[in-house]
Design a protein around this ligand. Structure first.
Ligand code: GDP
Length: 305
């Protein structure tokens, strides 16, 4: 299927591969493993946004494997490194909308404005439509008139139904209506936007908590996913923001937008390890079809090929 097409995920890594990870591949191309090899590896990880804690941990783990297996040449180390990188990404793996078969799945999308939230909602809609599913969108970010308009443009383009109220309306009421509409139109998936800018964590928790309750009241077990959109180009700052959202609401997975726009794809590792959340999708461009399901092995292979 197209969304699983390997080249989409791999192509989004072009910049990352050409910069830091390309140099890691170069470092591992030959020669004996020395103290300098470890120092360079550590520096390249940090420069590609793997994050200090995750880098230290990764390098330590690979060092142990190298000692255990009596590896002396850098070129023999690549397999061990890849194995460790994959395992970081796998610790938090979970299948998107697992245990399917329910009549209507509710997907909440959270994240700060500018992260690529609206575009990522359109991509998720595209993904479901591609699977032959009927999608309804809910314009739950009622603080932002432009956000509602932008979502309406995507809905029109994709041929998906959109439920929207006036700017400033109660987001809980929008979701309530959207769930009713999705049920009566026999939709398979409802994807709901949520407020992207709230001044304090307390506000954020209240607002998102209310949305959760509205969903759960109408459909037991809902929301079935709460996806946090994170801008891959914002690096460690984005990670701090993500933490705030994760503390405010029970996020179930990440949509890492704009992976194609950064040379620092190492962010994926710090996000997975430090938030303990699975990366479900990545954004690979600006169009609705520029979405790739995340796959740890393929991602790691794509960094080095
Ligand atoms: P929002 O304010 O969070 O809703 O963000 P938008 O969805 O409006 O996106 C902000 C900008 O990022 C727009 O110019 C999008 O086209 C762009 N964008 C979003 N996702 C991606 C992506 O995966 N790759 C690239 N290259 N651009 C993206």
């Amino acid at each position: 299927m197209i969304f699983k097409h390997p080249s989409k995920l791999r192509n989004s890594l072009t910049r990352t591969r050409q910069s830091f990870f390309g140099r890691i591949a170069g470092l591992l191309a030959g020669g004996d493993i020395t103290e300098q090899t470890w120092e360079e590896l550590e520096a390249l990880f940090i420069q590609s946004d793997v994050g200090t804690d995750t880098t230290i941990r990764l390098v330590e783990d690979v060092r142990q494997l190298v000692a255990r297996d009596h590896v002396h040449h850098a070129d023999q180390m690549q397999g061990l490194l890849k194995q460790q990188l994959v395992s970081v990404l796998k610790t938090s793996e979970h299948a998107y909308l697992q245990n399917g078969g329910r009549p209507l799945s509710i997907v909440l999308v959270v994240g700060v404005n500018g992260s690529g939230k609206t575009t990522s909602i359109a991509k998720l809609a595209w993904y479901h439509q591609f699977r032959g599913e009927k999608v309804v969108l809910a314009a739950g970010d009622t603080f932002r008139a432009a956000g509602i308009d932008q979502l309406a443009v995507w809905a029109e383009r994709l041929g998906a139904d959109l439920i929207a109220h006036q700017p400033g309306a109660d987001p809980g009421a929008v979701l309530y209506d959207a769930i009713n509409a999705a049920q009566s139109r026999q939709a398979d998936v409802l994807i709901a936007d949520t407020a992207g800018r709230l001044h304090t964590k307390h506000n954020l928790m209240q607002e998102l908590g209310k949305i959760h309750r509205v969903a759960a009241k109408q459909i037991p077990g809902a929301p079935h996913e709460t996806i946090l959109v994170l801008d891959a180009t914002t690096g460690q700052n984005g990670l701090a923001q993500a933490r705030t959202f994760h503390e405010a609401v029970n996020v179930t997975g990440l949509f890492l937008a704009k992976l194609d726009g950064t040379a620092k794809g190492g962010i994926v590792f710090s996000v997975a390890r430090e938030l303990g959340l699975p990366i479900l999708f990545v954004g690979t461009g600006e169009r609705a079809e520029d979405i790739a399901a995340f796959d740890p092995e393929e991602f790691v292979e794509g960094l080095f090929e």
